[in-house]
Design a protein around this ligand. Structure first.
Ligand code: DLL
Length: 433
């Protein structure tokens, strides 16, 4: 039986959703124009005033915001409320440049928690569940977001944060956690450790809510099998609130975007042109209800597809596909676009686990792509000839997928560092800038 946190919203008619969006957009544009001088200036430069925005149809008249704007306006330039009304700051885990800082009023946090509560109930959560939140707590939005959602649903919440795998597993067993929330790479690591310790019979998990990084269908299948659970995807970004912007339902065919709070558009990343539903392009969000950090037309850099096909779960909100990579994280190797997810698909289809690293270098002005992947424990005792043959098999499969040669190195099991948060998959040694 499908469960909903707010059925009247999650299953509202399309007309009702559009009516909410129209009304909220008009109000939000006025709020931003009046309270965010940085964006007001952008609107003035484009010759748009709040009076020009009467419905969602007018959305494309508004200027885009990008990460560069967030950096320019750092730290307070895009805050839409007096600081006396803001109660929280969260920040990105970004490793380059200035961090993004996002602000929240109490109302913003309540709505964010509700979005996460929708995700937990879509994964089958009820107040009978014990939810182990193993996303990082602190500036990262993962822990606080799922924690808030779990409280709203009334689940017994275990705020583990990330790391200390031994203790994670012990609590999971002792306290009978039924739902685990963490990054998919950490879920895979937990599964590996649980199975190694022979504790698979001692866990009571039924579902996992995994996001914050790209993961493939193959990885989903592996985690589901290793833990005996159903694995649900969850999407979000600090700039737009955090996890829960979109979440998966029982259909597991994409994530419903909470359209009462966010308008989603797909654009051509090169031209900025809005593309029709079903096209692949960059996802752009307009926040309809946020007070303190009300970004309009924010370019996420995530590449995906939107679909409005009727969903078997009964929800009516638009679905986004799994992000197929980021337009800025996409690797260009020898002029060819390479998404890490393509490499992951090949590796997992060939029976390897998602423990790999992609290394790009430039030698004599020529790009070199190398994929290091851990052997399966059975292969470890194989002969060199056999391992070389296995490497060659992967080279061929990668060539078929990517269209270019990638060197493959099979490394010893457990030699690639495990991650407790977002996995580090790419090491780009090229000095291109
Ligand atoms: O990762 C928020 C989050 C926490 C989402 C917990 C889900 C679960 P940031 O650190 O700001 O926020 O990173 C946002 O991560 O633009 C995507 O590129 C990527 N991302 C997030 N969720 C997914 C997902 C959090 N389910 C960036 N699949 C986004 C693929 C994801 N990529």
């Amino acid at each position: 039986m499908e469960r909903y946190y707010q059925p009247e919203i999650e299953c509202a008619s399309r007309e009702q959703i559009l009516a909410w969006q129209n009304e909220r957009l008009v109000k939000q544009v006025r709020h931003v124009y009046d309270h965010v001088p940085y964006y007001r200036k952008k609107m003035e430069e484009k010759g748009v005033t709040p009076d020009d925005i009467r419905s969602v149809e007018d959305l494309s008249k508004l200027p885009f915001l990008t990460k560069a704007d967030l950096r320019d306006a750092y730290p307070y330039g895009l805050c839409g409320m007096p600081l006396s009304q803001c109660v929280r700051i969260q920040s990105t885990s970004g490793t380059t440049g200035r961090r993004v800082v996002a602000f929240y009023t109490q109302h913003d946090i309540d709505l964010w928690d509700e979005c996460c509560a929708r995700a937990i109930m879509a994964a089958g959560g009820t107040n009978e569940d014990v939810v182990q939140v193993s996303y990082g707590y602190g500036l990262f939005t993962g822990g606080p977001g799922l924690n808030g959602g779990s409280h709203k649903v009334g689940c017994l919440t275990l705020p583990m944060s990330s790391g200390n795998t031994e203790r994670q597993i012990q609590f999971m067993c002792d306290l009978g956690a039924t739902i685990i929330c963490c990054t998919p790479s950490y879920a895979a690591y937990l599964a590996e450790s649980i199975n190694e310790q022979g504790l698979r019979d001692k866990i009571h998990l039924k579902a996992g809510i995994f996001g914050a990084e790209a993961w493939t269908q193959e990885m989903r299948r592996d985690i589901e099998k290793a833990l005996g659970i159903k694995a649900y995807d969850i999407y979000g970004l600090t700039e737009i609130s955090g996890p829960g912007v979109a979440f998966e339902c029982s259909a597991q065919t994409g994530m419903h975007i909470n359209e009462d709070h966010f308008i989603a558009e797909i654009i051509d990343p090169d031209t900025g042109e809005v593309l029709p539903d079903g096209s692949k392009g960059e996802l752009v969000f307009t926040c309809l209800t946020k007070e303190a950090f009300p970004l309009l037309r924010y370019r996420t850099r995530d590449i995906c597809v939107l679909t409005r096909e009727k969903c078997s779960c009964g929800r009516t909100h638009v679905k986004m596909s799994k992000p197929m990579g980021r337009s800025d994280d996409m690797l260009i190797v020898k002029g060819v676009n390479v998404f890490p997810s393509q490499i992951e698909t090949v590796l997992l289809n060939k029976g390897y686990a998602a423990n790999y690293q992609i290394i790009v270098d430039r030698v004599n002005n020529s790009d070199r792509l190398e994929v290091q992947v851990e052997m399966t424990p059975e292969m470890f005792s194989d002969t060199v000839t056999h391992i070389t043959a296995k490497e060659r098999e992967l080279v061929d499969a990668l060539k078929a997928m990517l269209g270019i040669y990638a060197k493959v190195t099979l490394v010893a099991p457990k030699s690639i560092a495990r991650s407790e948060g977002k996995a580090v998959r790419i090491i780009d040694k090229r000095k291109l800038y």
